[in-house]
Write a protein that binds this ligand. Structure first.
Ligand code: NAD
Length: 316
């Protein structure tokens, strides 16, 4: 990777991925793009930044041409809860943006990455240790977008030879940029509330297990997959990856080890709980481990300790 274009670069993932890639590949070689250009933002200030709405395919190609990009990391999307609230907008941004990004990659011969999600599974998928290759009949707009996206990326690889790669991310936990409207956001909110108010009301019900991962592991996974030897990849779009699986009371108990007064209760949100109920309890990342050496450094205990420390350093 030498000249990397990133869409949705100011989101939860992009904010950390762009900074890490600028460290590795050089500030000028990572071109960040998003809908807005906030002043004083690290991503905006530390290297090239362009305004780009991913539904504008012509503009995307212009930027790719201007910077002679050879890698496209497509992150711009509406997340699960927002997509369920605005399904038509989600279809237009998630599918329209993806096809524009794939067309750009095809025209400029770019390596291509876009994330899928545990949301690409549905109620008829095996819930425990969900295999890499299994039933994918999601019942949410986000899930429909993610499965369609996986298929479209495979199509561009087989039909046009575009080097498309992807992972199915679990819920991502981070302290730099806030999450953007997903079903697993509770696992980030809980840390802020634990530090500020010593209590948290979970909108996800007791007993609902979901896969999660700390952001540093997620960023490293993107870099490792993009650097992996293509001849070793049997799967492409998209690899199951996960670092931990827990339900709300388990993360609460872990936080209590650091903040003994912390208490959690529940006020379940039917929309987000409805989405969570269709997702796996835990997915099997064996294919990612075997084909490109995926590994995660952070489990629940290590992640909790680091989150609390980093948020305290930020003055939360
Ligand atoms: P986010 O919501 O934090 O960020 C998305 C970014 O895309 C935002 O900065 C937003 O301004 C931008 N955006 C929205 N519409 C746009 C448009 N029309 N044109 C250009 N930019 C636009 O999302 P994220 O968490 O960083 O997720 C990035 C990708 O990873 C998405 O495809 C998402 O589905 C996937 N993913 C995320 C998670 C997670 O837990 N964060 C889990 C699984 C998959």
């Amino acid at each position: 990777m030498k000249k990397i274009l990133v869409t949705g670069a100011l989101g939860q993932i992009g904010t950390e991925l762009v900074m890490k890639m600028r460290e590795i590949y050089g500030n000028d070689n990572v071109i960040a793009t998003d809908l807005r250009k906030p002043e004083g933002n690290n991503v905006v200030e530390s290297g090239p930044f362009e305004l780009l709405d991913v539904t504008d395919g012509a503009r995307m190609k212009e930027i790719a041409k201007e910077y002679e990009v050879d890698t496209l990391i497509h992150l711009a999307a509406l997340l699960s809860a927002t997509a369920e609230a605005k399904p038509m907008l989600a279809w237009n941004i998630n599918m329209g943006g993806l096809v524009n990004a794939l067309e750009t990659a095809k025209e400029f011969n770019c390596k291509f990455f876009t994330p899928s999600s545990i949301g690409a599974f549905g109620p008829s998928t095996p819930k425990k240790n969900t295999p890499q290759d299994t039933i994918q009949r999601p019942t949410t707009m986000y899930g429909v977008n993610k499965v369609s996206g996986e298929l479209l990326c495979d199509y561009y690889f087989h039909k046009f030879g575009v080097d498309t790669r992807g992972v199915r991310f679990p819920g991502l936990i981070s302290y730099v940029a806030p999450p953007g409207g997903g079903t697993t956001d509770y696992a980030v909110d809980i840390f802020y509330e634990a530090l500020k108010n010593k209590k948290y009301t979970s909108y996800i019900a007791e007993g609902t297990c979901m896969d999660m991962m700390y952001m540093s592991d997620a960023v490293q996974a993107i870099i490792d997959l993009m650097e992996a030897d293509a001849s070793k990849l049997k799967h492409r779009n998209a690899f199951n990856i996960t670092a931990m699986s827990f339900e709300p009371s388990e993360i609460a108990a872990e936080i209590k080890k650091h903040i003994p007064e912390f208490e959690m209760d529940y006020d379940v949100d039917p929309m987000r709980q409805g989405i969570a109920d269709t997702w796996p309890d835990s997915i099997d990342p064996t294919a990612a481990k075997e084909e490109w050496g995926f590994k995660a450094e952070f489990d629940l205990a290590k992640m909790t300790a680091d989150m609390l420390q980093k948020l305290k350093e930020k003055g939360i």
